[in-house]
Design a binder for this molecule. Structure first.
Ligand code: ADP
Ligand code: MG
Length: 254
């Protein structure tokens, strides 16, 4: 977790017809970290991740990914630069097996139709083998190896979320943004999903997580960014953020 930040936002701003959704989003995501983004409802979290992932164009400010200015790039180019959003950018094909869905995700990211191609160059063949190996590794890490050959349509809601996460990781992005990964997850399984995210992080993945479940963020994250009324209120390690009176005030409105 050292060196220049993997992602940096500087003074990002976004309004919608007079509504100042984000007035100053400024924070960094360290390489190799799990960074959490929290804040009361309407504080601008979703708009901010829309802006940094190319789903919205910021009115002002800069977004830097690994030093590269990606401000205002459309989502598919941001994805190609190495920043992926799980769920929104991943479609599972119900009729395909879980494993084939992961292979499809790698192929879609490559922009090359190597799966089922009639003429296969050695390079494409190697790419396919590497993808197959990665698919097995990710299935193991999300604990779904036993369902590799099951159609995605047969998976439970929670399993589909994990499958979408694995699909987002297939093309080896530099950073994965997770929007509310615990939403709809059975409370008894939240700790399990946390363990999976920790395992993926230990294997080298960097995550930016927006999550309502503050306890989960505090347990999981190395760094927590707190939003209030469209701007970054503070950021730091969980223990520091938790004890910051301004954070309590932002949440409780006291
Ligand atoms: P959060 O994700 O933290 O709940 P949002 O980014 O969704 O916050 O919203 C921040 C503010 O911007 C809210 O007041 C919301 O109503 C407003 N907003 C978000 N998206 C739009 C939009 N497309 N048009 C108008 N207002 C929006
Ligand atoms: Mg939101």
């Amino acid at each position: 977790m050292n060196g220049a930040p993997l992602l940096r936002l500087e003074g990002v701003r976004k309004s919608f017809r007079g509504v100042h959704a984000v007035t100053d989003a400024s924070f960094a995501v360290a390489r190799g970290s799990i960074t959490g983004l929290i804040g009361p409802n309407g504080s601008g979290k979703s708009t901010t991740i829309d802006c940094l992932s190319g789903f919205q164009r910021p009115d002002a400010g800069r977004v830097l990914l690994d030093g590269q200015d990606i401000t205002g790039l459309p989502a598919h180019l941001v994805a190609r630069a190495g920043l992926r959003r799980s769920f929104q950018q991943v479609r599972l094909f119900d009729a395909l097996s879980l494993r084939d869905n992961l292979m499809q995700a790698a192929q879609a990211a490559d922009g090359v139709g190597w799966l089922g191609a009639v003429l296969r160059s050695p390079a494409l063949r190697r790419a396919e083998l590497a993808a197959a190996e990665r698919a097995w590794l990710l299935l193991d890490q999300i604990g779904l190896t036993r369902l590799a050959e099951s159609p995605a349509g047969a998976l439970s809601y929670g399993q589909k979320k994990l499958a979408a996460l694995a699909a987002a990781l297939m093309p080896r992005p530099r950073l994965v943004v997770l929007d509310e990964p615990m939403a709809g997850v059975n409370p008894s399984r939240i700790v399990e999903v946390e363990a999976i995210l920790r395992r993926l992080n230990a294997a080298g993945e960097t995550f930016l997580i927006v999550e309502h479940n503050v306890d989960c963020i505090m347990r999981l994250c190395h760094e927590v960014v707190v939003f209030e009324q469209g701007r970054t209120l503070t950021s730091g390690p969980p223990a520091m953020v938790r004890d910051d009176p301004r954070v309590l005030e932002a949440y409780l409105g006291v």
